[in-house]
Structures are given as C-alpha cells and as structure tokens.
Design a protein around this ligand. Structure first.
Ligand SMILES: Cc1cc2nc3c(=O)[nH]c(=O)nc-3n(C[C@H](O)[C@H](O)[C@H](O)COP(=O)(O)OP(=O)(O)OC[C@H]3O[C@@H](n4cnc5c(N)ncnc54)[C@H](O)[C@@H]3O)c2cc1C
Ligand SMILES: Cc1cc2nc3c(=O)[nH]c(=O)nc-3n(C[C@H](O)[C@H](O)[C@H](O)COP(=O)(O)O)c2cc1C
Length: 493
C-alpha cells in the first residue's frame, strides 16, 4: 500500500517538484555565496594575477586618495608583469596575511599632524600596536607626506619602524646575529628586510625611485622573463580638463574675515567630466606651477557646472596665498584653467548613501557639504542635518537663500548655524562645536538611528574641536568605531 501510494503519478510529479524547488533553493544559496566570495575576492585582490606566481601584498592608507591611486598603480604594474597581487587597505590586514606573504609593499600617507589616515585607525590600534614575527619577510614602504609639516611622513615611518622591529623579532629567534633589517638598500644577512622611501609633496624623482624599486622586485621574483617595457605610463593620473571660468561671486561682502568666492566653471569643450559628491579638484596656478592645490567640489554634475568655494587666504607674513589669490582676483571671467577632478573615496557617500547624514562644517567647508546635500536632494532624501559655522550673520551668511529653500521645501531636516562674531547683532557667539553640545541629545538620537557624520572645513579649530566634542558626547570608543566603519568621514585642511 505504501508502495502504491509512492508510485501514484500525482505523488511522483509532486516529489519531483519538491526536489526541483529544493535544488533551486540550494543553487540560489550557492550562487549567493559564490557572488559574495567573488565580491570579497575582487575587493581583496588586484583584478588579475597569475596564481602560480609568488604573491605580493600591496597595502595602502590614504586620506585624500593619492596613496590609494599609487597602490593601485603599483598592484597593476606587478599583475601586468605576471605576479599575483593582493591589494588591501591596511585595516583589512591580519598577522596571518602578512606571514603568508614573503613580500609586501606599503603606500602610506600622513595626515593631520603626523597622523594616520582615518580608515587606518583599526590597523593602528590593532596590528601596529602588536609585536609580530615576520620571518623572511621583505617590505618596502612608500611614505607620502609634505615637508612643510613638522611630522614629515610620520605614519609611513612609524609603519616602517614596526616592520623593521617585526623582522628583528623573528631574526633574533632564528638568527643569533640578529642584524637583518635595513633602510634604503634592503641588504639583509638573514632574509628579512625593510626599506623606506619618503616622498615630499608627490615629488616625481621619489616616485620614480619607487617605480624602479617595484620593477626590481618584479625582476627578482620572475627572473629575466619580467616585462621590461610596459611601465612607461604606470601611474595614470587623471587627466586635467580645460575649464572656462563662467562666474565668480563674492559670498561675504563686508566680512571681517577673508573674502569667500563661489567660482563656477564649465568645460572649454564637451561635457562635464564625471564626479561624485565629496570629490575634489586639483589645480596648479601660474605663480606656482609645481605644487597643486586641492578644492572641494560644491556642485553635482546635474548643476551643469563645476563649482568651488574659495577663501582668499593671507599668509602669516601678510602676503597673499598664491592659488587662492589667483582664483579670487587673478584669473578673469572667460579665462581657461586646467583642472583635475579627483575621486575622494574617503569623503564620498559610499556605504552611507542610505543612512541619515549629519553634516558639520565651517567657512569654505560648506563646499563639500553642499555637494552631498545636492546629491541627496536629487535622490529625494530629506534626512540630512546641517550644522554650519561662520563669523557674522550680517556678512557671512553664505548660501543663505539656498539653505532656506531646502529647509522650506523639506529637503533639509534640520539647519543649525553658529556665528562666532555675533556681538554685532547683540547675540551670543558660538562655534560649530558648541552646536553639537547644545543639540547633544538629538545628535545621539540620530547616531542611534544609524546616521553617518561628515565634517568639512578647517582642521585647526573646527575639525579638532568637533572631533573632541564628538568624543565627549558619544564616547571615544564610539567615535573610533564610527571612523573605522567609515560612518564618520572628514575632509579637513
Ligand atoms: C582636501 C582639501 C580640500 C580643500 N578644499 C578647499 C576649499 O574647498 N576651499 C578653499 O578655499 N580651500 C580649500 N583647501 C585649501 C587649498 O588647497 C589651499 O591650501 C588654500 O587655497 C591656500 O592656498 P594658497 O595657494 O592660496 O596659499 P599658499 O600659502 O600660497 O599655499 C598653501 C600651501 O602651499 C604651500 N606653499 C605655497 N607656496 C609655497 C612656496 N613658495 N614654497 C613652499 N610651499 C609653498 C604652503 O605651505 C601650503 O601648504 C583644501 C585643501 C585640501 C587639502
Ligand atoms: C590636512 C593635511 C594634513 C597633512 N599632514 C601631514 C603631516 O603631518 N605630515 C606630512 O608629512 N604630510 C602631511 N600632509 C601631506 C600629505 O601626506 C600629502 O599631501 C599626501 O600626498 C596625501 O596623500 P593621500 O591623498 O593619500 O592622503 C597633510 C596633508 C593634508 C591635506
């Protein structure tokens, strides 16, 4: 009877259906896992790579994208020569990963005042704070910095020292003579070595030295068969585009502070290049053709122009800042300026696109925040809160009309402004960090609801003050976690 029941045609087709559904479910799960693994692999490795060849680890830490671009170019140079490469931001490194690789290349910039880039915080507090034993490991560090800063290349140098100590740790356990790490030439008596190349303000000669070092490593690992002639354009920096200055508007007439201008640029020919909110431009001016200056982009492509907010800066000796003076007073309407649009992945919306946003800034820092608000308004989102500081409501209420329109139209959930020279209007003076204290409960509520925090503007005073205030309100551990997660992003200068 049981057999008869099983063999009923309806039952058979029912069973086949069930099996098919189960197989489909399994296939779906397997496909999802495969897709997830593929995504992880793509994130963790350079695009291609010969799996038979020795693997090189390329690690980077970058605040405004230059170190990341160099690390990608380095990885590409190795992969195109036939090596297997693993490309990772430093916070994804583990002791195991380092020990699995005999060779590592590091591209590390320094930010703040001798600090590591924000995304590197987990690495700094974790791996870098621990003692590793890296036996037979060879590392080369490319440290990006600017000798105008007191702590020149501090973070790259610190990582190099740590790698050196890690090599010595392992050598003292395996080699009684110990002395195995080296600066500059990489000679080593027992296998481990660590080298450091410091780059001042993207100096071309130092970058060539790095390129030659990467080429030598490739040669060492692949022997004579290594490609010799494919590196001429190894570092493909984004091309500059000729832009015409279409409009320049003084935003703060009568201000006691430096003049702040909005500049609108259109391409001399063709369409606007692509950029995302949070991105930067770099440009060189006639008075200083060697040294590029960065500016946050204040518009989105749909605005039809590339906009910047530029503060006319005055140096300590009273002389005008070269680039800002050129942009605010030198270049005439209708003149052409070469501008390079640079992806600024550390300040883009990225994973935060679906989160509420708390946008905090002062002065020209409104530029980087404006582009995010515009991008969100375009997406029909209104869950953004702007806290902005300037000098006086009488002369420095920049972009006031636009901000009021967004509030009235329900595109900006909250707008709070702090005026640091408010005595003219007989009211109390505040800095933007005071706003955080005043609205601490609301801030906590937004963060609990998943908000991301974006800070743009001056590092001294505002950036540091906001950071300390966030630590006081949210706790240091929470602020560190938000930084590590990319839920707290900064474009401070
Ligand atoms: C990520 C980022 C985003 C920025 N966004 C904005 C923005 O949106 N709006 C804005 O107004 N500013 C912005 N800035 C600041 C901007 O890049 C310039 O620093 C600012 O305009 C002053 O430049 P300047 O040429 O007028 O002043 P300068 O004093 O001429 O130059 C400033 C920089 O160049 C160096 N320098 C200049 N001349 C020499 C020299 N002869 N020898 C050696 N070093 C020299 C200085 O040490 C300093 O680092 C941003 C900066 C960064 C890093
Ligand atoms: C706000 C700011 C702070 C910086 N602080 C330092 C510093 O303390 N020491 C240093 O050597 N370079 C410093 N630099 C220079 C950067 O390291 C250099 O411009 C580097 O090329 C940036 O690389 P990135 O785009 O990968 O962040 C600083 C740059 C900026 C914009």
């Amino acid at each position: 009877m049981t057999v008869e029941w099983i063999l009923t045609p309806e039952r058979i087709s029912g069973a086949i259906g069930l099996i098919a559904a189960y197989a489909g479910l399994c296939w779906g799960i397997a496909a999802k896992v495969r897709k997830q693994r593929k995504a992880e692999d793509e994130e963790n490795s350079a695009p291609q790579g010969n799996v038979q060849a020795p693997a090189v680890l390329v690690a980077y830490a970058s605040q405004t994208g230059q170190a990341e671009a160099l690390a990608r170019a380095t990885a590409h140079m190795l992969v195109s020569g036939g090596l297997q490469v693993r490309l990772l931001p430093v916070q994804k490194l583990t002791e195991d990963l380092l020990q699995q690789h005999m060779q590592s290349l590091w591209v590390l910039s320094t930010t703040g005042e001798g600090d590591a880039p924000d995304h590197a915080l987990g690495f700094v507090q974790g791996l870098l704070a621990s003692k590793l034993q890296l036996e037979w490991h060879q590392s080369v560090v490319l440290a990006l910095g600017d000798s105008e800063y007191q702590e020149f290349c501090a973070f790259g140098t610190e990582v190099h020292e740590w790698l050196k100590a890690s090599a010595e740790n392992s050598d003292s356990s395996s080699d009684a003579n110990g002395d195995s790490s080296s600066d500059a030439n990489g000679d080593s008596s027992s296998g481990s070595s660590s080298e450091l190349i410091c780059v001042d303000n993207m100096n071309a000669q130092s970058l060539q030295a790095w390129q030659a070092r990467v080429g030598a490593l490739r040669q060492q690992l692949l022997g004579e068969s290594a490609a010799q002639d494919s590196d001429a354009d190894w570092l493909q920096t984004p091309a500059s585009v000729p832009f015409v200055l279409a409009q320049r508007r003084l935003l703060n007439p009568g201000s006691q502070g430096g003049a702040l201008y909005q500049l609108d640029w259109v391409p001399q020919a063709g369409a606007l290049p692509h950029w995302e909110s949070g991105d930067l431009v770099s440009l060189c001016v006639p008075a200083d053709p060697e040294r590029a200056r960065d500016y946050s982009i204040a518009s989105i492509v749909a605005d039809g122009s590339l906009q910047m907010l530029v503060r006319q800066s005055v140096r300590d000796d009273g002389s005008p800042g070269l680039a800002s003076d050129w942009l605010c007073r030198g270049i005439a309407l209708g003149d052409v300026q070469a501008i390079t649009v640079r992806a600024h992945s550390g300040f883009r919306l990225g994973d935060n696109a679906q989160r509420p946003l708390i946008l905090i800034g002062n002065g020209s820092g409104l530029a980087g925040l404006l582009s995010h608000i515009k991008a969100r308004v375009q997406q029909g989102r209104s869950d953004q809160w702007l806290m902005f500081g300037e000098r006086s409501p009488l002369h420095d209420a920049i972009c006031a009309e636009q901000l009021a329109q967004w509030v009235q139209g329900g595109h900006l959930a909250r707008l709070d402004q702090a005026w640091s020279r408010n005595s003219d209007s007989g009211k109390e003076s505040h800095y933007v960090q005071d706003l955080l204290h005043i609205h601490a409960n609301e801030l906590l509520r937004w963060v609990e609801q998943g908000a991301a925090i974006y800070v743009c503007g001056s590092l001294n005073g505002m950036g540091q003050g906001v950071h300390q205030t966030l630590q006081a309100i949210l706790g240091e551990a929470k602020v560190d976690a938000l930084l590590a997660q990319g839920r707290y992003r900064r474009d401070v200068y």
